[in-house]
Design a protein around this ligand. Structure first.
Ligand code: GLU
Ligand code: ZN
Length: 315
């Protein structure tokens, strides 16, 4: 069998400064690819114009470089599979959307946010709401009436009542029911912006990505993305979901923790100190001692990385 050359990626959203959790995923994505002699892509996921800013993209590229995490292709480097800003790739999302639409796999959903929240039961595993399928079977007349009221629809993919099993490279075997756990999901918002699920699957396939390393919070998105790969006839990458970093009380670290964002971290640590800290959290070093990312690569193994969330004591 011919082994495909490994290609990993970073796919950050430029919606703020990166924080410790983003760096943790980025370091593992880098190590996973580099330890196998693979390449890396940096793709900037700036689809949401309300949340994303160009300065943040420049900043996150600078922050990755500061930490010693380089990439072969992508933002600020270019490459054959560009552009590497999602905001410049809407033509390819529109094309994927049209292919799904032509096969009757999507439908317009006219629900307002308030209606969706009122109608849905809280979802069991990730606290997100599950779409109850209100607009699934609207007639043409009903659609026209809603359009006449001035409502602009979001577009959803219709999912079957099917158990979907996949093997995560780090978390192992996972099974989700597409209908009960995911529900019909949005691929184009009512303002015309293509949704993350569609864009990420289209891009990873178009860029030839063979492995996706990202936070466990996106594990529940994986069956949705795998379903899109199937519908679009694309080859999926392998997925590795990494544990989340939490505060000592179990809360997830987020961009709100200003003392753990890259601005603060770069003032307090050298790149080697911060890498050592992340490597220690990842189970790659016994103690948080200074180290360069490239020194970790030869010893990297997924077996050393914890599978449950990691509480970060005072940093
Ligand atoms: N852009 C997403 C984020 O920053 C990550 C997408 C992915 O890794 O699939 O949360
Ligand atoms: Zn609806």
């Amino acid at each position: 069998m011919i082994q495909r050359q490994i290609k990993g990626r970073f796919a950050p959203s430029p919606s703020g400064r990166m924080h410790l959790g983003n760096l943790f995923s980025a370091l593992l994505a880098w190590l996973s690819a580099r330890s196998a002699g693979g390449d890396l892509v940096l793709r900037v996921e700036d689809l949401d114009p309300d949340r994303c800013r160009a300065e943040y993209a420049a900043q996150l590229a600078d922050d990755l470089r500061w930490l010693g995490l380089d990439w072969d292709e992508g933002y600020e480097r270019g490459g054959e599979r560009g552009p590497y800003l999602q905001s410049l790739r809407t033509g390819s999302y529109a094309e994927a959307f049209r292919r799904l639409e032509a096969r009757g796999l999507v439908y317009p959903c006219y629900c307002t946010r308030a209606e969706r929240l009122a109608a849905s039961a809280p979802h069991r595993s990730d606290g997100q709401s599950l779409y109850p399928g209100k607009c699934r079977d609207l007639t043409e007349t009903e659609r026209r009436r809603l359009e006449a009221e001035g409502r602009r629809p979001a577009w959803r993919v219709r999912v079957p009542d099917e158990d979907w099993a996949f093997t995560d490279g780090h978390m192992g075997r996972c099974t989700r029911n597409l209908l009960r756990d995911c529900g019909d999901f949005i691929i184009r918002r009512s303002d015309g912006v293509y949704a993350y699920q569609l864009a990420v699957a289209a891009d990873d396939a178009a860029m030839g990505v063979t492995q996706v390393v990202r936070g466990r919070d996106l594990l529940d998105s994986t069956p949705r993305q795998l379903y899109l790969y199937r519908l679009l006839g694309l080859t999926p990458p392998e997925f590795f979901h990494v544990p989340l970093l939490t505060a000592p009380d179990g809360r997830r670290l987020s961009k709100r923790e200003r003392d753990l964002d890259m601005g603060a971290l770069r003032r307090r640590f050298t790149p080697a100190e911060l890498t050592g800290l992340l490597a220690h959290l990842a189970g790659l070093l016994d103690r948080p001692e200074p180290v360069a990312a490239r020194e970790l690569a030869p010893h990297f193994s997924w077996d050393k990385v914890p599978r449950t969330d990691i509480a970060v004591e005072a940093v």
